[in-house]
Design a protein around this ligand. Structure first.
Ligand SMILES: Cc1cc2nc3c(=O)[nH]c(=O)nc-3n(C[C@H](O)[C@H](O)[C@H](O)COP(=O)(O)O)c2cc1C
Length: 189
């Protein structure tokens, strides 16, 4: 009996460790200057695009939109729900042949059902993010816990990436200052 309890405690502790580890960023600061940065965004309704453009303006990064082979409508609720429930693998338009050129990727996405859209998962699986810095740029409606489970998704599907703290913007005039403060805080150069 005592052995069963010890094994159960061990298993619960291991599961707890696995999941809590994945929800946190892997780094708090950039250790080296970025050579080439990319803002990669998904934005069916346009808000994340505005946030992505503001990040691009301050980082001088290239900017590329994530699109589905089957385009998403501005209000994609039905499709988004089916994709979320089935953990779907929607096909991504191939615009990014050369992710190897970039060492920092600002990955901007809306929160759907407390996580990132399944198409973001596909992008993470499709490209090799190993040893790259990923800055999650999160766009949401404040009905959930901000980034929700999206950091876990990124860490799970890009296990060798350096995942930085997430950047949350407000889609208003304060964004420019928020981006500036964030970049200072993480020592982005
Ligand atoms: C299908 C769907 C699910 C959503 N789920 C959430 C959620 O769980 N939490 C939240 O805060 N916002 C949620 N939202 C709101 C979006 O995250 C928010 O409107 C986002 O800024 C939209 O970005 P976009 O304009 O770039 O598409 C959801 C929106 C949609 C369409």
């Amino acid at each position: 009996m005592i052995y069963a309890i010890i094994i159960a405690v061990f298993v619960i502790a291991a599961i707890w460790f696995y999941f809590t580890r994945l929800v946190t960023p892997t780094a708090t600061k950039f250790t080296e200057p970025t050579k080439k940065a990319l803002v990669l965004y998904f934005s069916p309704a346009g808000k994340t695009k505005r946030l992505a453009q503001k990040v691009q303006a301050q980082t001088n990064a290239d900017i590329v939109e994530i699109e589905g082979t089957k385009p998403y409508k501005a209000d994609p609720k039905g499709r988004a729900f089916v994709e979320w429930v089935t953990a779907a693998t929607p096909e991504v338009v191939s615009k990014l042949d050369d992710i190897d050129d970039y060492d920092t990727i600002f990955l901007a996405y809306p929160i759907w059902y407390d996580t990132a859209p399944m198409i973001v998962k596909q992008v993470l699986k499709k490209h090799n993010f190993s040893n790259k810095n990923i800055v999650p740029v999160v766009s949401f409606n404040a009905v959930s816990r901000g980034e929700g489970r999206s950091i876990r998704m990124i860490r799970h599907h890009a296990p060798r990436a350096n995942v930085m703290p997430r950047l949350v913007l407000q889609d208003n005039d304060q964004d420019t200052q928020l981006i500036k403060d964030y970049l200072n805080e993480v020592s982005y150069k």
